[in-house]
Design a protein around this ligand. Structure first.
Ligand SMILES: [Zn+2]
Length: 260
């Protein structure tokens, strides 16, 4: 097809448009392929252009000129030419579509930004782009992980449990089950600086605490001298696992509440 078509769809450089077809008044079907026929084997790096299969994969992408798009990618399954390599065959990849993803990177970013910047419900944005709620939510999580800064280092770490939402009763096969979700919050409890939320993790066990601390940098863990908690044995056990040299203290608020 004319190269102008790929320019119009913003696919120039990496992809060529093979076919463009209207399937209903609001939808166009687009078939694309990667321009470069030759590709390096991900295991040994030897270049190959020997095609074994051309699987056709359906992708979700942005609308184009206010029309819904049905995007199909005619992929290449290539054969590695290096006899000593155990890979055999592999599928050509693209930065525009992460491996095993059915969404283009630009659609994923658009969805995450629409939810976060527009302060819109996940369900509303998912409906607009015709994708599942869980897919839209995953797009938001991926972007949030990139946007959120690393937690600031602190000398005093505060840990407490927070109920994530109200108690619900859910009917399952075995009968009614109590759903009582908790979150564990980590705050900067240094009296010299304003208290700030550093992180949140699901659950309220010792494992929640030790696994969240394990995700942080060694410098973050080494900087903690004191950890302030409620009188919770699981939390204390999680802290001793992750921060063997830090002191553990019970905060005043919980101590007074307990005494009363
Ligand atoms: Zn190879």
């Amino acid at each position: 097809m004319n190269e102008g078509t790929s320019v119009l769809l913003g696919l120039e450089g990496e992809f060529a448009v093979l076919q463009l077809e209207r399937i209903d008044p609001d939808t166009v079907k687009i078939v694309i392929e990667v321009i470069d026929r030759e590709c390096a084997c991900p295991a040994c790096g030897v270049l190959t252009s020997r095609v074994k299969e051309r699987p056709l994969v359906r992708l979700k992408d942005l609308p184009a000129s206010d029309q819904r798009t049905e995007l199909w990618w005619l992929k290449r399954r290539l054969v590695c030419r290096e006899p000593a390599c155990a890979t055999g065959t592999f599928t050509q990849q693209s930065t525009a579509v992460p491996a095993r993803s059915r969404l283009t990177t630009r659609l994923r970013e658009k969805i995450g930004t629409a939810i976060a910047s527009g302060n819109r419900a996940v369900s509303e944005v998912a409906g607009e782009y015709g994708i599942a709620w869980a897919t839209a939510h995953r797009a938001l999580i991926v972007l949030a992980a990139r946007w959120l800064p690393e937690p600031e280092p602190t000398r005093v770490l505060g840990i407490d449990e927070t109920r994530a939402r109200s108690v619900r009763w859910v009917l399952e096969e075995a009968g009614w089950k109590r759903s009582d979700p908790w979150m564990t919050s980590f705050v900067n409890a240094d009296p010299a600086v304003p208290g700030r939320l550093l992180g949140l993790t699901p659950g309220r066990s010792g494992a929640c605490v030790s696994s969240w601390l394990a995700l942080q940098t060694p410098a973050f863990r080494a900087g903690i001298e004191l950890v302030v908690i409620d009188p919770s044995a699981p939390y204390a056990a999680g802290i001793r696992t992750a921060l063997p040299t830090a002191r553990v203290a019970v905060d005043k608020w919980h101590l007074v509440a307990l005494a009363n």
